[in-house]
Design a binder for this molecule. Structure first.
Ligand code: F0G
Length: 458
């Protein structure tokens, strides 16, 4: 018989996790004011809140930890990291930061002013948060196909160039400090951007002299999708594809907690020396000196190794296959999920799953809570709570998609965990008719409210 696929690693260190009873979970979620961010991790059996900083490091990364150089200035670990980033991306200038949003903070402190607009494919919430915090606006120029969960499109992260042109015509060149392309696009479901589209954005940018930055948290997964889905790339190495992707950008922000395969860290990288100089001041002010920027030397050492591991086909294949195994299982149960499956997560269509729960009662959050109650699984709402209020009108923004994201940490869970997750969803799906009401907000923050919101069941 044909040998089945199996992971290209074995497990050396284990961490115990514990199941709980439905009664315990009922009490815990009430105590957490129905906000899954307020649960203790010990109250969760399988944690799919995020794939950010939750992955397992390899023995090579752990070895690198021991040889980290903790010098305040000129750390060898930084120099090695910079070399790795230069080799992978082609960007000469590198500023380390403590995580991805810190890189955004440094970049936007240098480049964005009140009244500006930053078009791109659907911006991640920290990106949008940092833009709106500066009284600027993020303009979503994702292709329309992205919001149709039942429609197949191999690159649902693509930017609609006509929408970019429209943004330019509406606001004018002077209001647009940069275009941001998020690879893969988290907010549309971990969906990739094609090389073809990156090239088109580049052409637009050169034509109008507008820089392009990539929000690159999951750049390696994006390269995997280009290799496996885009014509002409099947025979190319992941690193060749990565290099080509970045050749269409002026710089990048990075959350190393994803495709850097580390638990904390980020960086900003770019070609332009002047921009590097001005960003450096903010880096020193917010993050730390230029050769550590909020990271320990040992963390930078583990990151250099992680970036190299993440850009191998072997790793990416096992990573994406696991996510897609879960997707196939859910699909077989008839559960409405976004297709094609994303790179880092499966996104459940909560509107279709719970059609009775009105959007004003937070359909996505309602489903996320039900999954926790059923099986101790913690996913996250990507819907109205996350979309927050319009900064001008303070009205709720109702996104087209009301999703629950099941993000899969890298190299952490096994196939039986995937089976358990799928069964949990199936059980909730079987009793969906009895879930008709959602929640109301008791308390919320002025921005990024989903982290700290307090809710009450209706
Ligand atoms: N950009 C993207 C596309 C992200 O997904 C994230 C984080 C960031 C930037 C910010 O990076 O967390 O290191 O500050 N996403 C996490 C998630 C939080 O759960 O998807 P960070």
């Amino acid at each position: 018989m044909e040998l089945p696929y199996a992971e290209p690693y074995k497990i050396k260190t284990v961490e115990s996790i514990h199941r709980s009873t439905p009664e315990q979970r009922k009490q815990w979620i009430r105590e957490a004011r129905y906000n899954l961010f307020y649960l203790d991790s010990d109250q969760v059996y399988i944690d799919l809140l995020t794939d950010s900083g939750t992955g397992s490091m390899s023995q090579k990364q752990w070895s690198a930890i021991m040889s980290g150089d903790e010098a305040y200035a000129g750390s060898r670990s930084f120099i090695e990291l910079r070399e790795t980033i230069r080799e992978l991306t082609g960007f000469q200038h590198v500023l380390p930061t403590h995580q991805g949003r810190a890189a955004e903070n440094v970049l936007f402190s240098t480049t964005v002013k009140a009244g500006d607009v930053l078009p791109g494919n659907a911006h991640f919430d920290t990106t949008k948060g940092h833009i709106e915090f500066r009284n600027a606006r993020a303009i979503d120029c994702t292709i329309d196909e992205a919001s149709r969960t039942d429609l197949y499109h191999p690159f649902k992260g693509n930017v609609d160039i006509a929408k970019l042109e429209q943004a330019l015509a509406t606001y004018g060149r002077d209001k647009i400090p940069m275009v941001i392309v998020t690879i893969t696009c988290n907010s549309t479901g971990g969906q990739p951007v094609s090389m073809e589209n990156l090239k088109q954005v580049r052409e637009f940018s050169l034509q109008h002299n507008i820089p392009v930055f990539f929000d690159s948290a999951r750049f390696a997964e994006n390269a995997y999708f280009i290799k496996t889905r885009e014509e002409g790339y099947a025979g190319k190495e992941i690193r060749e594809i990565v290099r080509e992707m970045f050749s269409y950008a002026d710089g990048m922000t990075m959350s190393s907690k994803k495709d850097g395969l580390v638990n904390i860290g980020g960086f900003l990288a770019m070609h332009d020396h002047e921009l590097y100089r001005s960003a450096s001041h903010f880096n020193i002010m917010f993050e730390g000196f230029l050769s550590y920027g909020g990271m320990a030397g040992r963390d930078m050492a583990a990151l250099s190794v992680g970036l190299m591991e993440a850009t191998t086909f072997e790793f990416l294949e096992s990573r994406i296959r696991q996510v897609h195994y879960l997707g196939e299982k859910l699909k077989a149960y008839g559960i409405p999920i976004q297709e094609p499956f994303g790179g880092h997560a499966i996104f459940v269509d909560a509107k279709k799953f719970l059609p009775e729960v009105p959007k004003e009662e937070y359909t996505g959050q309602t489903l996320a809570i039900e999954l926790y109650l059923e099986g101790g699984i913690r996913g996250v709402e990507i819907g109205t709570l996350l979309a927050d209020r319009d900064p001008d009108t303070r009205e709720n923004r109702y996104p087209e998609l009301e999703l629950v994201r099941l993000a899969i940490p890298r190299r952490v869970y096994t196939r039986s965990h995937m089976d358990y997750i799928a069964a949990t969803l199936k059980n909730v799906y079987d009793r969906r008719d009895r879930i008709t009401r959602g929640y109301r907000i008791l308390d919320e923050a002025p921005f990024m409210r989903h982290f700290t919101v307090e809710l009450q069941p209706l």
